[in-house]
Design a protein around this ligand. Structure first.
Ligand code: TPP
Length: 361
């Protein structure tokens, strides 16, 4: 037992960057090597994805989207993670990682067609190295490990990041994926966004002990970090990905954060959550926190902040307009399209029959 703990601790490039409380140390912050433009860009992206989230929420309330799952409060994780990875590293997201998709370069209007009922997720995952948003909780975790094994078998040096909520760690799929990754040293980074809720179930009612420490039982290291600090997330994911890339196997990061909005637009969190909790987490909001840090470093002034806000407003307006003019696909295409690359005859006949039945109605 002592041997396992020692091996895991010696082979951990992430832990030295953090204090025992999971805060990025001042030394580590100073050696990230990001230019002033790159540091400002992290802020710009957080503002952009938050404003797009608000817009999507508004659109759902106006009847323009069927459903929306807000990610307000988790922007530092979305932005820091994508900035830490190479564009060819794969990301396997859940339904809440819309902001990560935006940071990967997917058009938000195109992604929103999924929530408008016009598509099943229209982007090409291979182009963006960003897998489809999945609803079945934790199903993306074994998929990520499989993809990571594929990268290893091809002797590639791409790594795979699997991200999920705290609730997902109660699922069997999660444990199977962790075990498999540990045994075969898959080049995968597991990123838990511990936002303290699984719909209305609080963390304490479904998780005893620490999620991060579970990694040791699977033979690799894990750490709990401040998920509301974009630079902390970037530093942790970058170091864990570099370790996986050089063949040292998986890593588990538990990023502590808070889901500031409802679970989805079908949920009313006032029935189970206290205002005090929200107020406590509001103080740790990742966007003002990072803005104040940038200002303290003399890296951003009022004019640049105003320019970012203007640019974001223009981008969001354009997103809304593109979404509203997105074509409604024909019913046959919506149901039968994109199922097979080479559809068998029986499938084509079924499609034909379905389409004729619509014409005759
Ligand atoms: C297999 C499965 N079981 C149940 C659900 C219903 N469900 C949707 S989200 C959710 C909670 C997930 O919580 P967590 O993993 O913490 O992610 P978060 O929503 O907080 O981002 C549940 C139980 C589901 N989508 N899939």
């Amino acid at each position: 037992m002592a041997d396992v703990v020692r091996v895991v601790a010696a082979d951990d490039p992430v832990r030295p960057l953090f204090s025992p409380a999971g805060e990025l140390t001042a030394d580590a912050r100073g050696t990230l090597g990001l230019s002033p433009d790159e540091l400002r860009d992290l802020y710009h992206k957080m503002v952009w994805i938050r404003r797009t989230d608000q817009e999507a929420l508004n659109l759902q309330r106006q009847g323009e989207l069927g459903l929306w799952g807000p990610y307000q409060g988790q922007e530092a994780i979305h932005v820091g993670t994508v900035a830490a990875l190479r564009p060819t590293d794969w990301i396997f997201p859940s339904y809440r990682e819309f902001g990560m998709g935006m940071c990967r370069g997917i058009d938000p209007a195109e992604m929103l067609t999924l929530f408008r009922g016009l598509s099943h997720g229209p982007w090409d995952p291979r182009r963006y190295h960003f897998a489809p948003l999945v609803i079945p909780v934790a199903s993306q975790v074994p998929h990520a490990v499989g993809m990571a094994m594929g990268s290893r078998f091809k002797h590639g040096d791409d790594v795979v990041l699997s991200t999920f909520g705290d609730g997902a760690t109660s699922k069997g799929d999660w444990h199977e994926a962790m075990n498999f990754a540990g045994v075969f040293r898959a080049p995968v980074v597991f990123l838990c966004q511990n936002n303290r809720w699984a719909i209305s179930v609080p963390l304490a009612k479904q998780t005893a002990g620490s999620i991060a420490e579970r990694a040791q039982g699977y033979g690799f290291p894990g750490i709990r970090i401040d998920g509301n600090d974009v630079l902390a997330v970037l530093a942790a994911v970058r170091a864990a990905a570099a370790r996986a890339r050089q063949g040292d196997g998986p890593y588990l990061i538990e990023a502590m954060t808070y889901r500031m909005g409802p679970h989805t637009t079908s949920d009313d969190p006032t029935r189970y959550r206290s205002e005090t909790d929200l107020e406590r987490w509001n103080v740790k909001d990742p966007i003002p926190r990072y803005r104040e840090w940038l200002q303290g470093q003399g890296l951003i002034d009022e004019a640049s902040l105003a320019a970012i806000n203007r640019e974001v407003e223009t981008a969001v307006e354009a997103t809304r307009n593109r979404l509203k003019s997105a074509p409604v696909p024909a019913a046959g295409e919506a149901i039968f399209g994109r199922v097979y690359q080479h559809p068998p005859d029986s499938f084509l006949e079924e499609r034909q029959e379905f389409e004729s039945s619509l014409e005759s109605n």
